[in-house]
Design a protein. Structure first.
Length: 365
């Protein structure tokens, strides 16, 4: 049964107009001073080539080094570098923040997601149309849908075992990628969720592209390694186990980067029965999202700036190479308008999200 579509939901944009104008003016002045643009640059391309080379190099080492242990070391590294490619390339390309041509971003996404296995179109719709537009809003943000295992909002049902969710949440987070790749992508594409109507290609064309991407992933991640490792006495069961564990590790890292900031802020909304949200989009973003800094700081560069998550939500169509500068602009503009901006540490982020998960696990509203 196809789910009923949700009614359109917007924000009181006039309430944020002055802040928005000041923020955009400062950001555009930053670009003009540098003679720059919001898309990728040569340094970004060099980083991308390096990550691709590491990904392919680990893949080759896992399959063709004359050692069984090489597979157990380099195959998980292959998946982890596939994750870094997704963080650094797929995320920006989904927002059309790498190339000026949208089609070039879509083609990049199709091929770069093959090693990891996520469908780029399903993820784009979930991430941009549902999560970005309606962060932490009940029924609209698919990242906080009720899953009956982890209570993520005060509006969800509570079960006694959830008292321990602050302890077992990493396992749930680790299973997110396997669940997306082998369940939710399929439900999304075949109209069992609200995602499919928003996809660019409907009908046979969309289905064929989806099946081709999944087939290529199976060939690259499972079929080729199975035959290449036959002489090393690594059976299919062992291969599938290492594949699953590698996906789980990548998934845990990604969920902490993306969802942890929204848990830490711990502000959730129920949409009004009629009309738009009672506040503006920028107020909403400040109330649901954090920026946090990595330790050491240079990790921000290799994590695609995802730790500067508030910055990303305010400037989603800017390449992540600009995020550190944009975060300073946001901080300065927020002070002018008495808006609450601060960049917390990774330790504070963990403390906040653990506190939130404990409260939700106790059934607190």
């Amino acid at each position: 049964m196809r789910p009923e579509p949700l009614r359109p939901l917007g924000y009181q944009q006039r309430l944020d107009q002055a802040f928005r104008q000041a923020l955009m003016k400062a950001a555009n002045h930053y670009l003009q001073q540098r003679g720059d643009h919001r898309f990728a640059d040569s340094q970004f391309y060099l980083k991308s080539i390096l990550l691709m080379s590491c990904c392919l190099g680990c893949y080759a080492a896992a399959l063709w080094l004359n050692s069984t242990w090489a597979f157990f070391v380099f195959y998980p590294l292959f998946i982890c570098f596939a994750l870094l490619l997704a963080i650094n390339l797929v995320h920006d390309a989904s927002h059309n923040a790498i190339f000026k041509q949208a089609k070039a971003n879509r083609w990049l996404n199709f091929w770069v997601t093959i090693p990891l296995g996520l469908d780029p179109e399903c993820w784009r719709v979930r991430h941009i149309i549902f999560h970005h537009a309606h962060t932490n809003i009940r029924h609209y943000d698919l990242d906080i849908e009720e899953n009956f295992v982890l209570r993520q909002t005060p509006h969800q049902r509570w079960y006694p075992f959830m008292r321990a969710q602050h302890l077992y949440w990493p396992l749930v987070a680790a299973l997110t990628f396997p669940a997306l790749i082998w369940l939710f992508d399929w439900l999304d594409r075949f109209h069992f969720t609200r995602v499919a109507p928003h996809m660019r290609h409907q009908g046979q064309r969309g289905i064929m592209a989806f099946l081709l991407a999944k087939l290529l992933h199976i060939v690259v991640a499972i079929v080729i390694p199975f035959y290449a490792l036959a002489d090393k006495h690594i059976d299919l069961g062992t291969l599938l186990l290492i594949y699953l564990l590698s996906q789980m590790l990548a998934s845990l890292v990604f969920v902490v980067l993306i969802l942890g900031t929204h848990w830490a802020k711990a502000t959730f909304y129920t949409p009004p029965e009629q009309g738009n949200m009672p506040h503006g989009f920028y107020h909403h973003t400040f109330s649901t999202t954090y920026d946090w800094h990595t330790t050491p700081r240079w990790l921000t560069y290799w994590l695609g700036g995802l730790n500067l998550h508030l910055t990303h939500h305010l400037f989603p169509n800017w390449n992540h190479r600009h995020y550190p500068a944009l975060a300073l602009i946001i901080e300065d503009t927020a002070k002018q308008f008495s808006m609450d901006y601060h960049c917390i540490s990774s330790k504070e982020l963990f403390i906040y999200q653990q506190r939130f998960l404990k409260e939700m696990g106790q059934g607190k509203k």
